[in-house]
Design a protein around this ligand. Structure first.
Ligand code: XIL
Length: 338
């Protein structure tokens, strides 16, 4: 055997593996056996991508439709995979009747009832919930900390407290997470977002409302720098509050990159590695979840269209399920050698 440099091997071997996983989109999940095989092979954690959103569950006001979520939950359980729930409160993916609510009492009643029913159904099975998603304003330096949503309009900042309190009361063993995006860049807006996230977490803690972690979506822009120092400070601040961190929606937005596929793939892997290395050096995430597995299916191409007609390459497997360099980066952490 080749001798490894003294000191490196034991330190690396001592690292704990980090659970790695993906969101599962129901159309691909139902229609594509290769998608299901990839979920099974590469994931320790699975997240229903859209099927726990209000739009899917509450299409009709009078009844809950758990059909999509139940299928993905059953798949994960059959494969011994952990589950994350996404999400109990968001300003988007809402059925029309939610946006037509007009009073505080109505909003509170619907929110509390929704969280009770959904969290109770998966009690003891969905271990972690993104209790609230994207409640921070895109740029809090302009117009204050809160994102303008129906929940903020009708309930004010208390919407976050109501959501966490209700989730905690319904499943006291669940891990409860505040999930949001755009924390990793050096721009003033991102710096302000980190501060707002910490303020919200601190306020919940001060009031005795359970919160266990911060979820960083990490939709990384290929063309933007990662603020390594700022991220590491952020990790230490979360530590100081006794909070975990998890990476919840990792992918790379490559709309401004040249078309060359190999170049884009190398660059995406390097971005992901820079980002994860920065975080892991300061604080080990509870999980690393990508927002899909194969470039065959991703929101990135639709939401961030390229000027040419090259297909987006945001994920760890290509459109034919071949591993890309990004997968090797994730597998390093999954094995505990990262
Ligand atoms: C996206 C899904 O990937 C799409 O399939 C859907 O059409 C829209 O939502 N931030 C989030 C996720 O928190 O829920 C979003 O998911 C992507 C951005």
């Amino acid at each position: 055997m080749v001798a490894l440099a003294a000191g490196i091997a034991p330190a690396r071997a001592a690292r704990r593996p980090i659970p790695v996983g993906s969101a599962a989109e129901i159309g691909a999940f139902r229609g594509d056996a290769r998608y299901r095989a990839a979920l099974k092979r590469y994931c320790d954690v699975v997240v229903p991508m859209n099927d726990l959103k209000w739009q899917a569950l509450r299409h009709e006001r009078a009844r809950f439709d758990f059909s999509g979520a139940d299928e993905i939950v059953a798949f994960a359980e059959a494969n011994g995979q952990a589950l994350r729930g996404h999400t109990l409160l968001w300003g988007e993916a809402l059925p029309p009747w939610v946006k037509e609510m007009t009073t505080r009492a109505e909003a509170e009643r619907e929110l509390v009832n929704h969280i009770e029913v959904v969290v109770d159904r998966y009690k003891g099975r969905i271990a972690t919930w993104d209790v609230v998603n994207e409640v921070i304003r895109y740029d809090p330096t302009e117009g204050g900390p809160w994102r303008d949503t129906i929940w903020q309009r009708l309930l004010g900042p208390e919407h976050v407290e109501i959501a966490f309190r209700t989730a905690a009361r319904t499943d006291p063993k669940a891990r409860l997470v505040l999930n949001d995006f755009h924390f990793e860049e050096p721009e003033p807006g991102a710096v302000a977002r980190r501060k707002v996230a910490l303020d919200i977490c601190r306020r919940l803690k001060d009031k005795g409302i359970p919160i266990h972690g911060l979820g960083m979506q990490a939709h990384l822009y290929a063309e933007k720098a990662i603020d390594v120092d700022g991220l590491q400070r952020f990790m230490r601040d979360l530590d100081g509050l006794g909070l975990d961190v998890e990476i919840t929606e990792l992918d790379v937005i490559d709309w401004k990159m040249p078309a060359d596929a190999a170049l884009r793939d190398r660059h995406a892997a390097a971005r992901v590695s820079t980002f994860l290395d920065a975080i892991v050096a300061a604080k080990r995430p509870r999980a690393i979840v990508t927002w899909g597995l194969s470039d065959r299916y991703s929101w990135v191409g639709e939401t961030f269209p390229r000027k040419d007609d090259a297909k987006a390459r945001p994920l760890p497997l290509d459109a034919d399920y071949r591993p890309k360099p990004m997968l090797a980066v994730l597998e390093r952490y999954r094995r505990g050698t990262g």
